[in-house]
Design a protein around this ligand. Structure first.
Ligand code: MN3
Length: 202
């Protein structure tokens, strides 16, 4: 089975004014679709064909740039769409809130750490919140389409929240104002979804 571009669970304009409809349309139907198509081409006829995306990334040969870039791009965007919602914003709850407080001291301190990771990632990349097997969480950033599932890259663990800081994710609406985009992202984070990913990851 080839990988398929997942449908969005909300309309392109559903995240406005925080993320604009045109950006969402291009980002999903062009960029994410491109990673998906190129990933399928890169693994066709190889031992990776038919494996899960998690297996492919966990066992990545970092020299295999086609799988690294397009496998990362496929996985990262799937997570990105999932952790946003027009009903998002607010605060995490339950075990995730406890884990965030344990690591960062407070939600506000987590927000500062995450926003800082996103803002200081030089060039294209992603900021992450990851859960580890012991239930702890941490924040990191990775370049390009790399992600924490790839061996030796980022903070390890399972990504449960990801923010795309490539210019294609925000430039139409925010131009060079990446910090404004990062702040706006907090208004659309679906903490119920992130919380359920946390519970699955421990
Ligand atoms: Mn992107």
């Amino acid at each position: 089975m080839a990988f398929e571009l997942p449908a969005l669970s909300y309309a392109h304009d559903a995240l406005e004014p925080h993320i604009d409809a045109r950006t969402m349309e291009i980002h999903h139907s062009k960029h994410h679709n491109g990673y998906t198509t190129k990933l399928n081409s890169a693994i066709a006829g190889t031992p990776l064909e038919g494996e899960s995306i998690e297996f492919i990334l966990n066992n990545l040969d970092p020299e295999n740039k086609a799988v690294r870039n397009n496998g990362g791009g496929f996985y990262n965007h799937c997570l990105f769409w999932e952790v946003m919602s027009p009903d998002g914003g607010g605060l995490p709850s339950g075990k995730l809130a406890t884990a965030i407080d344990a690591e960062f001291g407070s939600f506000e301190d987590f927000k500062i750490a995450f926003a800082n990771a996103a803002a200081t990632q030089f060039g294209s990349g992603w900021a992450w919140l990851c859960v580890h097997a012991d239930g702890s969480v941490n924040v990191c950033a990775t370049a390009n389409q790399d992600n924490p599932l790839m061996p030796g890259i980022g903070c390890g663990g399972l990504p449960i929240l990801g923010l795309d800081v490539w210019e294609h994710a925000y430039y139409l609406n925010y131009q060079n104002r990446r910090p404004d985009y990062i702040n706006a992202f907090f208004n659309v984070i679906d903490w119920n979804k992130v919380g359920s990913l946390y519970e699955k990851g421990i």
